[in-house]
Design a protein around this ligand. Structure first.
Ligand SMILES: [Zn+2]
Length: 185
């Protein structure tokens, strides 16, 4: 993670030193008031279903989990609503237009080597377009819930797809949303 390797203040260019600030050791500028606070990134993922209740997955072209299947997902731009991020990533990675049905989960992902992230997972309905890979994806396809690929990247992606198969066991208020979506879009 880049902030662990930062040596200079991004505002004035002076050296950073590690000092305790607000109860934790943090890089602080030796000249100005800058303190480098490290926070998780914000990301969004799309759990897209078509009318046959198949789920849209993309095959990752980049690390981590290169070559594995995953939900279309990516980091939020600073001027985007989280739901817009999900729809943009679905379009860019899988070539598909979708409509947001609701927020399914907010997952903390501490094990991404790039940086920890909070991932907002949006349940979406397919609106148009056939899957065609783009950006960080080398493939994009619909999968039946009873024929998901074996190599699914990210623990949380496996968990969320298991919950989609069996919403009754989902320890979360959005199990009703999943249940209704699976009944018919
Ligand atoms: Zn500075």
């Amino acid at each position: 993670m880049w902030h662990r390797h930062a040596r200079h203040c991004p505002l004035c260019g002076a050296a950073l030193v590690i000092e305790e600030v607000e109860r934790r050791p943090r890089p602080r500028c030796t000249r100005c008031t800058f303190v480098l606070f490290a926070n998780p990134a914000s990301a969004s993922a799309g759990l897209v279903l078509d009318r046959s209740r198949r789920v849209l997955l993309i095959r990752r072209r980049i690390q981590p989990f290169r070559g594995d299947w995953a939900l279309p997902a990516g980091y939020q731009e600073e001027d985007e609503e989280p739901a817009q991020t999900a729809l943009r990533e679905i379009r860019e990675e899988a070539g598909v237009e979708a409509r947001v049905l609701g927020l399914v989960d907010l997952m903390f992902v501490p094990d991404d080597p790039r940086k920890p992230a909070n991932v907002a997972v949006f349940l979406c309905a397919h609106e148009g377009g056939e899957p065609a890979p783009g950006d960080d994806a080398e493939d994009a396809r619909w999968f039946s819930l009873d024929a998901l690929p074996g190599n699914i990247g990210f623990d949380n992606n496996r968990r969320i797809l298991e919950h989609l198969r069996d919403p009754e066991g989902y320890p979360h208020p959005s199990r009703n949303l999943l249940r209704e979506a699976l009944r018919g879009l």
